[in-house]
Design a protein around this ligand. Structure first.
Ligand SMILES: [Zn+2]
Length: 383
């Protein structure tokens, strides 16, 4: 049996079982709970071409409970174009190649596998995009119900894609500021198990495997800088949790510098970083880049702590610049990404004109998802 524990970061207590709230401080564990491992030796399972090759650092007890569609193990492409342009070594981590074409498959594979291990059968999530598609695909593939709550205003293409993967859709009328906040709210009245409320700590663990792969693909050299598109902060915080685990296990000797990138029409983390203040909710988000349009990121202050601890930075870019970069990445590196991803290239370009990036640096841009879900933003832009 693997040795890992559910742990409340708010009151530094180990927790037995899988409750919604911490028995000591009563905080909702979706926000404060983390999995911690006592493991001292990690073996990479080379026969698995998916996230489960890092079995020793994933929170599942029995291999027979794994639900996998070969998520992860995505390519890390050296970009000659951006390396020359930005005078450093640039790599693109291509998450569009995942089963439902975004990095969310990693977390969802872990969360739904854990749900199976815990015997949970009535699962639900709140999503308007990538995570809902991924959730529906995994739950349907093993015959579980997959209830997805979405705002009534969700466009018909996204609703169609959800139905394609088998989601049973429930509409709600109000505007959405953060999917996790809405899940926590629904978990008070509905009987289902919510992925981002009840099972978030497991979902979180899947995302860190992007970092493990980057290290493995660079032959255990640690990149100097990693640039991450950031909405709610789950990907960002999970990546650096993963790097800290590898560091503790002496697998890596240093930890990369973090760069958080957002769309300027909704950049609560960048605003807080620049004003050296806590996160303040954005009242009227004004960006069409929906996958990172999170007005009140639940992990925003954690992102700020990581940036400070590892000498990182945070920047934001306007929609127009992001769309231009989507087109450029497709033409120069052959990857069609959603506009959220092109924040990384915009960030790379800006930082390469400063002291932050040196000529010897290796910089990894994480391209989180495919562009086909946001085609509507491109119709007037591509000539
Ligand atoms: Zn607690």
């Amino acid at each position: 049996m693997k040795d890992y524990k559910y742990y409340c970061n708010n009151c530094n207590t180990n927790i037995d079982g899988h409750p919604v709230r911490c028995g000591k401080c009563n905080q909702i564990l979706a926000v404060t709970g983390r999995i911690s491992y006592q493991t001292t030796n990690v073996e990479i399972l080379n026969e698995k071409n998916n996230i489960w090759r890092y079995w020793d650092l994933l929170p599942l007890d029995k291999e027979t409970n794994i639900i996998s569609k070969n998520e992860g193990f995505s390519s890390l492409n050296k970009s000659e174009y951006y390396s020359n342009l930005c005078k450093c070594n640039v790599y693109l981590k291509d998450e569009t190649k995942n089963p439902t074409n975004s990095f969310k498959d990693r977390g969802m594979s872990v969360a739904v596998s854990k749900a199976r291990e815990l015997g949970l059968i009535d699962l639900a999530t709140v999503s308007t995009g990538n995570s809902g598609l991924s959730f529906s695909m995994y739950t349907n593939s093993i015959g579980l119900k997959s209830r997805v709550y979405i705002p009534k205003s969700t466009d018909k293409e996204k609703t169609l894609l959800l139905r394609l993967y088998g989601a049973e859709i429930t509409f709600f009328t109000e505007n959405l500021s953060d999917t996790r906040t809405k899940e926590i709210e629904l978990s008070r009245t509905e009987n289902q198990t919510f992925i981002k409320a009840h099972l978030h700590s497991y979902y979180f663990e899947g995302q860190k495997t992007i970092g493990f792969e980057i290290i493995e693909q660079l032959n255990f050299d640690v990149p100097d800088i990693i640039i991450v598109p950031t909405g709610g902060g789950t990907l960002f915080t999970s990546l650096w949790k993963g790097f800290e685990e590898l560091h503790r296990l002496n697998i890596i000797s240093k930890i990369p510098k973090p760069v958080c990138v957002q769309a300027s029409g909704c950049s609560p983390i960048v605003n807080a970083f620049k004003s050296k203040d806590k996160i303040k909710e954005i009242k009227n988000p004004n960006t069409s880049v929906s996958s990172i349009r999170i007005a009140n990121p639940s992990l925003g202050n954690e992102v700020l702590n990581i940036i400070e601890k590892y000498n990182g930075t945070a920047l934001s870019f306007c929609d127009e610049e992001l769309i231009e970069n989507v087109i450029e990445i497709a033409r120069k590196d052959g990857i069609f990404v959603e506009p959220a991803c092109s924040t990384t290239i915009a960030g790379l370009k800006e930082l390469s004109r400063t002291e932050f990036i040196k000529e010897s640096d290796t910089v990894v841009c994480i391209l989180t998802g495919h562009g086909y879900k946001s085609m509507n933003l491109l119709f007037d832009k591509v000539n």
